[in-house]
Design a protein around this ligand. Structure first.
Ligand code: AKB
Length: 323
């Protein structure tokens, strides 16, 4: 990888991925694009507005910039996807097909961000294996499960180098998440630092897979750098770093902020989404095929999040420069 195009760069993952890629490959070799012009411009460096549902615009961006790798991150997440299912379908699937079609002629490798939400409640939800049946019940999950298959199709049929990760809930302090069910974890830590309290929309015992953003960024970059001859799977790898419940997260936060209080006002939509997702996925295939390993567990993530949120903004903007 030498030159990367990031689509959906202004989101929670894109913000940190762009910074990491620019640290690795040079500012001028990473083009940040987003539907919202300001979101891409705010990252500094080369940027452009881009709507992934506009196939001609996607093709033109690839022709102009000539990336060898495209990180396709633009998507509506689980809660927003239930509020606007038709839009989620157009952006999450239509946008992906536009990216794959352009890649077919322009040749870059494609990173696809899939999710634990691509699984559904019809399978045992503890230690869900890599190749478990995917029968998601949210529009977000349906678009991501179908997206994985379309990515594999473009690889098998047209030779496009597609690779993807099933991200768990992602926790970060730089850009705020938006529209996800697992966002509660970020909101809880932010709430703890800002006011010592948080009202959680999920039941105290709701266990989900999670990952701290530095691990997620490293996972995406390492997967795209992996030797393709080692990859039996492609779209998409289970990856996880920790599992916790709102109750165990609250307990960990109180080790740093003893007066923190979490109370609960369960949102039925978010709870039903969370109940349809794995309590834990098995990521041993990613560990075997390209050496995935996490660096942050619940304790390390919580300590780093709290320290970063307490630091003045400019000092906390330190990006990883090597993976
Ligand atoms: C969401 O909660 O919708 C996302 C996800 C788990 O993919 N963070």
């Amino acid at each position: 990888m030498k030159r990367a195009l990031v689509i959906g760069a202004g989101g929670q993952v894109g913000t940190e991925l762009v910074a990491a890629l620019r640290g690795l490959y040079g500012q001028e070799n990473v083009l940040a694009t987003d539907l919202r012009r300001q979101a891409a411009a705010g990252l500094g460096g080369p940027c452009a507005p881009l709507d992934c549902t506009d196939g001609e615009a996607v093709l033109a961006a690839m022709r102009r910039f000539r990336p060898d790798t495209v990180f396709h991150l633009a998507a509506l997440l689980s809660v927003t996807g239930e509020a606007r299912p038709q839009l989620a379908y157009r952006v999450n699937l239509g946008g992906l097909v536009n990216v794959l079609e352009a890649a077919r002629t322009e040749g870059p490798a494609i990173f696809f961000a899939s999710t634990i939400a691509s699984f559904g409640p019809s399978i045992p939800l503890d230690l869900v294996p890599q190749d478990a049946a995917q029968r998601p019940t949210t529009m977000y999950g349906i678009t991501k499960a179908a997206g994985e298959m379309i990515c594999d199709y473009y690889h098998l049929r047209f030779g496009v180098d597609t690779r993807g990760l099933r991200f768990p809930g992602l926790i970060s302090h730089m850009a705020e998440p938006g529209g996800g069910t697992t966002d509660y974890a970020v909101e809880a830590i932010r709430g703890a630092v800002a006011h010592g309290a948080y009202t959680c929309p999920l039941r105290a015992d709701t266990q989900l897979d999670m990952m701290y953003m530095p691990d997620a960024i490293r996972a995406a970059v390492e997967l795209m750098q992996a030797d393709p001859s080692r990859l039996t799977h492609r779209n998409a790898f289970n990856v996880t770093a920790m599992q916790f419940t709102p109750r165990s997260l609250a307990k960990e936060i109180t080790r740093h902020l003893p007066h923190f209080r979490m109370d609960y006002r369960v949102d039925p939509l978010r709870q039903s989404i969370a109940d349809s997702w794995p309590r834990r996925i098995d990521d041993s295939v990613a560990r075997e095929e390209w050496g995935w390993t996490e660096k942050y567990d619940l304790a390390a993530m919580t300590a780093d999040m709290i320290a970063s949120l307490r630091r003045p903004k400019s000092a906390s903007a330190a990006f990883p420069t090597s993976v």
